[in-house]
Design a protein around this ligand. Structure first.
Ligand code: ATP
Ligand code: MG
Length: 310
C-alpha cells in the first residue's frame, strides 16, 4: 500500500532522514517511534509531500507519489498534525468539513459526516459544531484534528502524536476507538508517538528510528523478545519487558474453565498486565473472570501469567 525506498532528506546539508526503507501493507497500522529529532515527523511529511525527499522513492498503492499534484495526493491522505493546526477563524464544523467541502460533497452529507465524527470522538455535536478552536481545550482541539483527518474517508491516515496532549483516561479511550475504527474500516494508518506503551498497544508494525535511520522494525513481540541492539533494549525499557509482554495478551487467552472462586471479577478482555496488577492490589492468587455480558467465564490463577513452556 505504502512503500518508502532508500529515502533521504537533508536540511542545510545536515541529514535528518537517512536511507529509510518502510513498507506498510493495506489495512496495517504502523507506528513510528523514536527519540525527539529522530526524523519521524519529517518521514511522515514526505508521504504527503509537505516535504520533498532529496532521494529515494515513495509509492502509494503502487504509484509514485510525484505522479500527481500534491493537493490531489493530499485528498487521498488524512493528516493529523503534531501541533493540531486547526484553522483559527473556522468553526469546528468548518474545520472538520474542510476536505469534504473541497471535494464538493452535498451539504447534507457533509453535516451528517461531521456530526458522526464528533460523536465518535466524544464531542457532542450540539455543543461543539459552532465553536472556534480557541474555545476548546488542547485535548478537544486534538480530537477535532483527528476528526478532520478522517472526514473524507481517506485511503491512508497519517497521525503525528495525535493523542499527545491528552490525559491517560481520554488517551486510552481514543486508542481503543482508533483500534475499532481501524478494524472496521481496514484503513492503512501510520502513527507517530513517543510513548512505547502506545506503540506496543497500537502497532501491528513498529518502526524505531534513531538519528534519521530505522534501527529496527517488527511486531511488539519482536521488540520485547529480540531487541536488535542495546539502544532498542533501552528504548523498550529493559526492566519492564516482563510486564509489557503481559500487556500483549488478554485474560481470555490464559483463563481456565469455570471453578468456584470468590472475589471481585476481572474482564476476559483485560490484559494480563492488568490481571497482574489486580492480583497484587487485591492480594489474591486467583480471580474470577467475566465475559463482555458480565457472565462468569472462567478463572485465572496467578501461575497462569507464566507462559506454558513450548
Ligand atoms: N524545516 C527544517 N529545517 C531544518 N531542520 C529541520 C526542519 N525540519 C526538521 N528539521 C530537523 O530535522 C530533525 C528531525 O526532525 P523531525 O521533526 O522529523 O523529528 P521528530 O522525530 O518528529 O521529533 P519530535 O519527536 O521532537 O517531534 C530535527 O533535528 C529537526 O531539527
Ligand atoms: Mg515530530
Amino acid at each position: 500500500m505504502l512503500e518508502l525506498k532508500a529515502v533521504n532528506k537533508f536540511f542545510n546539508g545536515w541529514q535528518a532522514v537517512a536511507d529509510v526503507d518502510l513498507q506498510v501493507a493495506a489495512g496495517e497500522l504502523a507506528v513510528l517511534i523514536g527519540t525527539s529529532g529522530s526524523g519521524k515527523s519529517t518521514t511522515l511529511k514526505m508521504i504527503n509531500r509537505l516535504i520533498e525527499p532529496d532521494s529515494g522513492s515513495i509509492r502509494l498503492a503502487g504509484e509514485d507519489i510525484r505522479s500527481q499534484p500534491p493537493e490531489v495526493l493530499r485528498r487521498r491522505i488524512g493528516y493529523a498534525i503534531q501541533s493540531v493546526g486547526l484553522f483559527p477563524h473556522w468553526t469546528v464544523e468548518q474545520n472538520i468539513a474542510a476536505v469534504p467541502s473541497l471535494l464538493k460533497w452535498p451539504k447534507a452529507r457533509i453535516r451528517e459526516r461531521v456530526v458522526e465524527l464528533l460523536e465518535l470522538l466524544h464531542l457532542p455535536a450540539a455543543q461543539f459544531l459552532a465553536r472556534y478552536p480557541h474555545q476548546l481545550s488542547g485535548g478537544q482541539q486534538q480530537r477535532v484534528g483527528v476528526a478532520r483527518a478522517l472526514a473524507a474517508d481517506p485511503e491512508v491516515l497519517l497521525m503525528d502524536e495525535p493523542f499527545g496532549a491528552l490525559d491517560p483516561v481520554t488517551r486510552g479511550t481514543l486508542q481503543q476507538e482508533l483500534l475499532r475504527i481501524q478494524a472496521l474500516s481496514g484503513k492503512t494508518i501510520v502513527l507517530v508517538t513517543h510513548d512505547i506503551d502506545e506503540a506496543l498497544l497500537l502497532g501491528q508494525r513498529i518502526v524505531l528510528m534513531d538519528k534519521g535511520r530505522v534501527v529496527q522494525q517488527g511486531s511488539a513481540q519482536d521488540f520485547l523478545l529480540h531487541p536488535a541492539s542495546d539502544f532498542v533494549r533501552d528504548f523498550v525499557g529493559q526492566s519492564d519487558v516482563g510486564v509489557r509482554l503481559l500487556g500483549l495478551d488478554t485474560v481470555a487467552s490464559r483463563m481456565r474453565p469455570l471453578q468456584p472462586v470468590s472475589g471481585e471479577p476481572i474482564a476476559a478482555s483485560a490484559t494480563l498486565r492488568e490481571a497482574l496488577s489486580a492480583f497484587v492490589a487485591r492480594r489474591v492468587s486467583s480471580l474470577p473472570v467475566i465475559d463482555a455480558q458480565g457472565q462468569p467465564a472462567g478463572v485465572l490463577h496467578f501461575a497462569d501469567l507464566l507462559p506454558v513452556a513450548a
